[in-house]
Structures are given as structure tokens and as C-alpha cells.
Design a protein around this ligand. Structure first.
Ligand SMILES: NC(=O)c1ccc[n+]([C@@H]2O[C@H](COP(=O)([O-])OP(=O)(O)OC[C@H]3O[C@@H](n4cnc5c(N)ncnc54)[C@H](OP(=O)(O)O)[C@@H]3O)[C@@H](O)[C@H]2O)c1
Ligand SMILES: *[C@@H]1O[C@H](CO)[C@@H](O)[C@H](O)[C@H]1NC(C)=O
Ligand SMILES: *[C@@H]1O[C@H](CO)[C@@H](O)[C@H](O)[C@H]1NC(C)=O
Length: 372
């Protein structure tokens, strides 16, 4: 009681308290603000990533025992596609050019999916004899083929020729798969309803079929020229094959997977000093698993059983530019490809019939004209 503080002292103490409180609350205000902005940043990042990754195929349908071939499935989009089809019970033939890389991926797929019906097979699409060997062995082993995924590809490579003298992007991305599919058509028909899925690319919009110089002998442009031409060829091939197979319950559709973080850029690695920029760019690029969703959707979705000849991105059908719908060009490319790969038996009797019909129609017109 004797310890009575003077009003002055009391005021001082109070001020000190006030200052302490202020400091304390001030720090909290800072922390709360920082946490708030971190949360906002995380949310934006999450939404951005969701947007970049695109939709996911979620239907649970299984394909137990269905025979599947995926080309180039030791890495990238092909591996993720193969993984999902294996998870759903496929009898999977991995068609890869490098036996060791194929086996490593095969063991990983078996471990992750617990499906043991996964087989390693050698297929080098830059060699027609390798394609023929692969097809022959496969046909001796299986009597039908339910799903063929033409996935393997190279992009923007230096100009190089395949074993058969084709420019390699055209040779691998288009001609190798052209021969493979032709050789397997009867097996696809035996499994009907069955499917062909083709990996194309939105890069087709830069392309044109250079009829005078299909193999870029006169002028080589690695991306806008040869790669884009090969991806445009993939679409023309898809549409032509869909037309040829329209009464057979074998459907053919193609996909743009998005821009995906894979080894596709291996021939165009940027300098090391770019690492920071690369990290930033990666935020806007899909994971291989996300990139595989549209091919997976095309291979699996029951609602596509009667849908053929489409170009899909993000599991949606997109219209294509007139140059990818040019039926005359598709015919020309088909016949040229048949010649280039040395196909002995064409699978296109309907087309020849159409020409005959046209001829006989013309004759009728002539006769009518003469009668008048
Ligand atoms: N990534 C994208 O942004 C993107 C965009 C649009 C379209 N695509 C298309 O998606 C498909 C898959 O590409 P990705 O991004 O997954 O590329 P990736 O990671 O480079 O995988 C390509 C696969 O094709 C194989 N391959 C290459 N040449 C081959 C040959 N001569 N014979 C057999 N297999 C061969 C590769 O085998 P090795 O590992 O042994 O070389 C690899 O397994 C390609 O058709 C590509 O054009 C990709
Ligand atoms: C391919 O798979 C078989 C088992 O099916 C395995 O014995 C063989 O070693 C594999 N090939 C390669 C080159 O690893
Ligand atoms: C070569 O190709 C590029 C890209 O396709 C094109 O811009 C250029 O005009 C072509 N050059 C010749 C001589 O045809």
C-alpha cells in the first residue's frame, strides 16, 4: 500500500505496455499478411497447374485380356498410356526400339500395376524391315489386336535418313506407323470393335504436304517443315483410314496431347544458363501423365465405340483446318505411302471402286449426250 506509484510513473508504465502490445500486434499483422499472400500464391499456382494439366480420364472401365500395342512406350506419353492400359488389365505389347530401355519400363509397369502380361518387343520405326519383323512375330503370337496406339515419334531432329532413305521425321512419325497399321489391319478387324489411336500434334497447323519434295531433299526445315508435315500426315492418315474402315467397327482417332514435359525436346536442349527460364516455363507445361489422358480416353472411353476420324485435345473433339480435311491430298498421301513402304496388297478397294464408279458415270453422261 505504501508502494503507490505517482501518476507520472503509472502513465509511463501504461505507455510501455501499449508499445509492447503494439509491437506484438504489429508482428502478427505482418505474419498474417505474409501467410495470406502465400495462400493466395499457392491457390493461383494450384489453379494454374490444374488448368495446364487438363482433364483426367476417370471412367473405371477395364480391358482385361484385351490385346494392346503401344509404340515408343519406354518413356514419355507412351509409357504413361501403357501404364494406364496395363492397370486396367490389358495384354500389353511394348513396341520399342531400345531393348534395354524397354525392359526397364516393362519392369516398372509390372511393379506398379501388378499386371504380368506385359511383353517387350523390338520395333524400330526407322526401318521397314524391323516393322515387318515386329508385325510378323506379333501375328504369330496373337490372333487379334484390340487397341493399337501409334505413339512413337521424334521432333525437330537434324536432317537424317532412315534405313530406307526417308527423311527421318516423315519416316518414323508417318511411314513406319503407316506400314505397321496396314500390316495389322486384319488383326484389328478380328477384334472388332477395336481401335487405332494416333498421336498427332497441333503443330500440324504449320505443316503442308510438300508433294514435290516429301522428303525435304531440297529444303530442310526441322520443325515448321518436316515435323509439321509428319504430324499433318498423321491426321490425313487417321481420316483416310477411318474412311477405309468405316463398315468394319475398327475406329481411328488422333490426339494432340498438349505441350508435355518429355524427352521429345532431346534434339533441341537449351543451354545450361537457361535453367531459371526453364523452371518458369515448366510451370506451363504438362506432366507426361496428364499428356497421356487424351490418348487414354481415345483408347478406352466406351462412348467412342462408333466414333472415328476425329482430332481430340483435352478429351474434346476439335475441328481441323481445311488442309487436314483435304480428301484428295489424303488419297494422294495414302497412295504415295503405299509405294514408298512397298505395300504389296492395298487395303483400299473402296477407293478404287469409287474411281470406277466415277468412270462409268462419265460414260453414262457421254451416252446420254450422244442420244440427245
Ligand atoms: N511432348 C509434347 O509436347 C508433344 C506434343 C504434341 C505431340 N506429341 C507427340 O506425342 C508422341 C510421344 O512423344 P513424347 O512427348 O512422349 O516423346 P518422347 O518422350 O521423346 O518419347 C518418344 C518415344 O518414341 C520412341 N521412338 C523414337 N524413335 C523411334 C523409332 N525409330 N522406333 C521406335 N520408337 C521410337 C522413343 O524411344 P527411345 O526412348 O528409345 O528414343 C520414345 O519411347 C509423339 O508422336 C509426339 O509427336 C508430343
Ligand atoms: C524381355 O522380357 C523377357 C521376359 O518376358 C526377359 O526374359 C528378357 O530378358 C527381356 N529382354 C530384355 C532385352 O531385357
Ligand atoms: C524453305 O522452307 C522454309 C520453311 O518451310 C521456307 O520459309 C522457305 O521459303 C523455303 N525455302 C525455299 C528455297 O523453298
Amino acid at each position: 500500500m505504501t508502494d503507490v506509484e505517482s501518476p507520472q510513473q503509472q502513465q509511463q508504465l501504461q505507455d510501455q505496455d501499449e508499445i509492447k502490445k503494439l509491437c506484438f500486434e504489429g508482428a502478427w499483422a505482418w505474419i498474417i499478411e505474409i501467410v495470406f499472400w502465400c495462400l493466395v500464391a499457392a491457390l493461383i499456382m494450384y489453379l494454374l497447374r490444374r488448368l495446364v494439366e487438363g482433364p483426367i480420364y476417370r471412367k473405371p472401365n477395364r480391358i482385361d485380356g484385351k490385346v494392346v500395342i503401344v509404340t515408343g512406350c519406354n518413356t514419355g506419353i507412351g509409357k504413361e498410356t501403357a501404364m494406364e492400359l496395363a492397370r486396367r488389365g490389358a495384354r500389353l505389347y511394348m513396341a520399342c526400339r531400345d531393348a534395354a530401355r524397354c525392359e526397364a519400363a516393362r519392369l516398372e509397369i509390372i511393379e506398379k500395376t501388378q499386371n504380368t502380361n506385359i511383353f517387350n518387343r523390338t520395333l524400330d520405326l526407322s526401318s521397314l524391315s524391323s516393322v515387318r519383323q515386329f508385325a510378323e512375330r506379333f501375328k504369330a503370337e496373337e490372333s487379334k489386336l484390340d487397341i493399337l496406339v501409334n505413339n512413337a515419334g521424334v521432333m525437330a531432329t537434324p536432317r537424317k535418313l532412315t534405313a530406307d532413305g526417308f527423311e527421318q521425321q516423315m519416316g518414323i512419325n508417318h511411314l513406319g506407323h503407316f506400314l505397321l497399321t496396314n500390316l495389322l489391319v486384319d488383326h484389328l478387324k478380328s477384334a472388332a470393335p477395336s481401335r487405332v489411336v494416333v498421336l498427332s500434334s497441333a503443330a500440324y497447323i504449320f505443316g503442308r504436304i510438300n508433294q514435290q519434295d516429301l522428303m525435304s531433299e531440297k529444303n530442310y526445315s526441322k520443325f515448321m517443315g518436316a515435323y509439321a508435315q509428319s504430324k499433318l500426315s498423321n491426321i490425313l492418315f487417321t481420316r483416310k483410314l477411318a474412311e477405309i474402315l468405316k463398315d468394319s467397327k475398327v475406329t481411328v482417332n488422333c490426339a494432340h496431347p498438349g505441350i508435355v514435359r518429355t524427352e521429345l525436346m532431346r534434339y533441341n536442349s537449351c543451354p545450361k544458363t537457361w535453367n531459371v527460364i526453364k523452371t518458369i516455363i515448366n510451370v506451363f507445361i504438362r506432366s507426361p501423365k496428364a499428356g497421356a489422358q487424351t490418348p487414354i480416353f481415345l483408347a478406352l472411353d466406351p462412348k467412342l465405340e462408333c466414333v472415328s476420324g476425329g482430332f481430340y485435345y483435352n478429351m474434346l473433339r476439335f475441328p481441323v483446318l481445311p488442309k487436314a480435311k483435304d480428301a484428295e491430298m489424303a488419297d494422294w498421301l495414302w497412295q504415295e505411302s503405299e509405294k514408298l513402304v512397298g505395300l504389296k496388297q492395298s487395303i483400299t478397294p473402296p477407293m478404287k471402286k469409287k474411281e470406277e464408279e466415277k468412270n462409268s458415270e462419265m460414260e453414262t453422261v457421254k451416252v446420254v449426250a450422244r442420244d440427245e
